[in-house]
Design a protein around this ligand. Structure first.
Ligand SMILES: C[S@@+](CC[C@H](N)C(=O)[O-])C[C@H]1O[C@@H](n2cnc3c(N)ncnc32)[C@H](O)[C@@H]1O
Length: 332
């Protein structure tokens, strides 16, 4: 089978892209190479792209998608895009979430514009679960309608990364589009791989932690006082998957709602490597080409590669099955 050509929008540091390519190891498991190749990748965050380009043999461009003419893009079989989620996230209450009324919340129109022109066989879009309730539940049906208007049969599901061997309770909506109704009909979201036994956070923690990752005594006292009135200081149970990490990791404090760790009487943030492992990036994924703050941001924004690998596999299976059928008909 020829490799399926992938066009990647909003590529970030490449979580989705690594997942759809495969060929990586994570927690002693090998995620095989998939029959795919990335023919074009773009993101407007030059720091995330620096990480991307340190890890893949093809290049990601730094550009605003709005400035890219769809006619200049290469033909492809699958478009992937985790479009920006800040406008839909329930965490983003201040300023209040504007959903599709916000400029960033309208970036899915860029995906539609490219789909309309290029008509790939499939697309995979990803966003936060909050998109389902944004704009009083009006945004999501409108987004689905827009995808349908440009010629796609669409299905979607909320998947939790911790059901697929990732030590993080990260719930995200995956929207899958199909040119052919038959593909949409046959497609199934991947079966959970971890049912009872979820991967605990402790499996991805580092042993030697530099002092700079620990919070000061003053910050701890402030948090302990505030905790009596607010549910802050999100200390993680290391025997369970971690709560969702986000791009906010770059600004994590004991007064925010981000996950932190407690070791004896000390509290600390995750190291960038731990954050990457929580997201299921392999240990050899290069991070230190940009500052730690930029690493946290790009990693927190990413789609867990392991989860994306499972979803991609289900789409690729449709193509493989179709080829097998064709072959058996030709040989009959
Ligand atoms: C949710 S993140 C994508 C993460 C990526 N799919 C991954 O798995 O690593 C959204 C990305 O959209 C990018 N972005 C936001 N506005 C953009 C624009 N106008 N043009 C291009 N990229 C944009 C951000 O820089 C960010 O990296």
């Amino acid at each position: 089978m020829d490799r399926l050509k992938i066009l990647s929008l909003f590529s970030g540091c490449g979580g989705m892209d690594l997942g759809i390519l495969g060929n990586f190891k994570y927690l002693n498991k090998t995620y095989n190479q998939l029959p795919t190749e990335i023919v074009y990748a773009v993101d407007n965050d030059s720091y995330a792209v620096e990480i991307y380009n340190a890890n893949f043999s093809h290049n990601c461009l730094v550009a605003d998608i709005k400035n890219i003419n769809e006619k200049d893009l290469p033909d492809h079989d699958i478009l992937v895009g985790g479009f920006p989620c800040q406008s839909f996230s329930v965490v983003a209450q201040n300023p209040p979430r504007l959903g599709i009324k916000d400029e960033k919340g309208q970036l899915f129109f860029e995906i539609c514009r490219i789909l309309k022109e290029k008509q790939p066989r499939f697309f995979i879009a990803e966003n936060v679960k909050g998109i389902l309730s944004a704009n009083k539940k009006r945004a999501f049906p409108l987004i689905i309608q827009e995808f349908q208007k440009v010629g796609y049969h669409v299905t979607y599901q909320v998947l939790n990364a911790s059901d697929y061997g990732v030590p993080q309770k990260r719930e995200r909506v995956f929207i899958i589009g199909f040119k052919k109704f038959e593909d949409c009909f046959k497609f199934q979201f991947p079966q959970r791989t971890t049912t009872n036994e979820k991967i605990p956070l402790k499996l991805v923690l580092e042993d030697e932690i530099e002092d700079k990752y620990f919070f000061s005594q003053k910050a701890i006292e402030g948090m302990l006082k505030a905790k009596k009135i607010m549910n802050k200081g999100r200390v993680q149970n290391i025997n369970q998957p971690c709560n969702t990490i986000s791009s906010h990791l770059a600004k994590v404090s004991l007064n925010s709602t981000d996950p932190v760790l407690k070791q004896d009487d000390s509290y600390r943030r995750f190291t960038p490597r731990e954050a990457a492992r929580i997201q299921s990036f392999p240990n050899d994924f290069i991070l230190n080409v940009v500052s730690e703050n930029r690493q946290y941001k790009a990693i927190g924004n990413a789609v867990p590669p392991v989860l994306m690998w499972h979803i991609s596999g289900q789409i690729i299976n449709l193509v493989i099955e179709e080829e097998k059928q064709k072959y058996s008909l030709e040989c009959a």
